[in-house]
Design a binder for this molecule. Structure first.
Ligand SMILES: C[C@](O)(C(=O)O)[C@H](CC(=O)O)C(=O)O
Ligand SMILES: [Mg+2]
Length: 297
């Protein structure tokens, strides 16, 4: 009932232990707290909180318009609903190193298990679109150092994302990844890798967990979990996938309503009331109420 009973500290410790196992951890993007419950129930290892989804939910493009306050509030709503670790997209950290430090502490307070900070210039762009730019290595390193120093729970995972591959190529991405690890990054997110060999090359270059971004309609092919595990990837995210699926279904439903004048044809595709209530653990709330009202001294 209500929120997860697992504390943020325990989720972070469990996340660290899972990462150490070497097993590939799958993190679908939760587009709301309810979908985080579904991800947990289906047996995934974690929940991703995407900047692209957060912006899209607000009706905005993913171009650095969202604020730390908005990201932290949504992260808290999602993270508390699941016992799984939540990994949040902190974009560029919302400013200079001092702002990055505050971002880390604020997201730590929101209960996430980890976050990633990228090396794009402000305002950032979606990593799979053309026309993005990155800061120099020194600036990127300062962001990560500030992030690593700011956390109070040593288990909070600070992941460095580099967007440099699409601009300066794979060798530059490998060089940057190494420097970010030296600066204190606990994990690396190499954005917009072209193929499996590129993931493998980053994997071989650093000693920390590596994330693969399996976003659809982007620059990377959609590799399977076994393909990614075979090249030693540790975490895979499907950041926008559930939102895309849900919005695809919503659009088809609205079109049917316009065309047919009712939603009768769509009911079989809908999550049932019973299934929704099961996911919400409605029964536990009823039991709680019953125990309150039947209580006698
Ligand atoms: C991972 C990402 O940063 C996100 O915000 O979810 C995006 C995903 C996307 O736009 O497809 C990115 O890859 O930049
Ligand atoms: Mg993003």
């Amino acid at each position: 009932m209500l929120y997860s009973n697992v504390s943020a500290a325990d989720k972070r410790a469990a996340f660290r232990a899972e990462l150490a196992s070497g097993r590939l951890l799958r993190f679908p993007g939760a587009f709301n707290p309810l979908s985080a419950k579904l991800i947990e129930e289906k047996g995934f290892e974690g929940v991703y909180i995407s900047g692209a989804v957060l912006s899209a939910e607000l009706g905005l493009p993913d171009i650095g318009l969202t604020t730390l306050t908005e990201v932290a509030a949504r992260s808290q709503q999602i993270a508390r609903m699941t016992s799984l670790p939540a990994l949040v997209d902190a974009d560029t950290g919302f400013g200079e190193p001092m702002n990055v430090a505050r971002t880390v502490q604020t997201l730590e307070d929101a209960g996430v298990a980890g976050l990633h900070i990228e090396d794009q210039v402000n305002p950032k762009r979606c990593g799979h679109l053309d026309g993005k730019s990155v800061v120099d290595a020194d600036t990127a390193v300062k962001r990560i150092r500030a992030a690593a120093d700011a956390r109070r729970d040593p288990n909070l995972l600070i992941m460095a994302r580099t967007d440099i591959r699409a601009i300066d190529g794979l060798a530059a991405a490998i060089d940057r990844a190494k420097r970010l690890v030296d600066a204190g990054a606990d994990a690396i997110f190499p954005e917009a890798m072209r193929d499996l060999a590129e993931f493998e090359a980053v994997r071989a270059a650093v000693d920390v967990p590596v994330l693969a971004n399996m976003t659809e309609f982007g620059k990377s092919e959609l590799f399977s979990t076994s393909q990614l595990a075979d090249v030693g990837i540790n975490i895979v995210i499907y950041p926008v996938s559930l939102l895309r699926l849900a919005m695809g279904a919503a659009e088809r439903g609205l079109d049917a309503l316009v065309a047919e004048g009712s939603l009768n044809s769509q009911v079989p595709a809908m999550q049932t009331r019973a299934r929704l209530y099961e996911l919400l653990d409605y029964e536990a709330y009823n039991a709680f109420d019953t125990s309150v009202y039947t209580f006698t001294l």
